[in-house]
Ligand binder design. Structure first.
Ligand code: HEC
Length: 151
């Protein structure tokens, strides 16, 4: 019993110390609503449900974004996610960049997004077949298909 309590104590100390390790900043930026992406309602609904936590300035931060070690993963995903694609500043991107991002969005819904560690705690964000088609139609400007050329 005594050694069990010692382990527990040591664990608490370690977890406590982890909190002091610097990590990504948890920050929200005020954004001009005019810069936000404009898309049909059903597309926006999917983006907001499944992508906005990491790809917008309207992140819904969970409580564990303040608790290491979970905070390391959550904050990294949001900071890196916004860097790659931020729907809140979509209209500040050049036409070339928008085109490139649409291609990546088209591809990302098949391959990688939303990230698995996010889906684990946000099962409602999972994209259905129908959701993917809606996003791909939008990303391909209604053509339904983008030639992604192998790189
Ligand atoms: C849990 C956070 C998270 C969610 C939710 C999320 N993403 Fe991402 N996304 C990232 C991160 C982090 C990156 C940065 C690059 C990386 O890790 O490869 C990224 C990168 C991207 C990129 C850039 C190209 C690429 O594939 O690297 C696109 C496009 C993208 N995401 C689209 C989406 C879409 C569309 C959704 C919603 C259906 C979504 N993401 C949901 C975290 C997320």
């Amino acid at each position: 019993m005594r050694s069990f309590l010692m382990y527990l104590g040591a664990l608490a100390v370690i977890l406590g110390l982890l909190q002091f390790i610097p990590t990504y900043e948890k920050k929200d930026y005020p954004t001009d609503p005019k810069l936000e992406v404009k898309a049909p309602k059903k597309v926006m609904a999917i983006f907001k449900r499944s992508c906005y936590d990491c790809h917008s300035n309207k992140t819904n931060w969970p409580w564990y974004a303040d608790v290491a070690p979970m905070s390391w993963v959550v904050r990294r995903d949001v900071v890196e996610g916004r860097k790659a694609l931020n729907f809140s500043i979509w209209n500040s991107y050049s036409d070339t960049k928008k085109k490139e991002l649409k291609k990546q969005i088209y591809r990302s819904v098949v391959l990688a997004m939303p990230l698995p560690q996010y889906l684990w705690l946000h099962p409602e964000a999972k994209l259905s077949k129908e959701d993917k088609k809606i996003i791909q139609d939008w990303a391909s400007d209604g053509k339904g298909y983008i030639d992604l050329e192998v790189r």
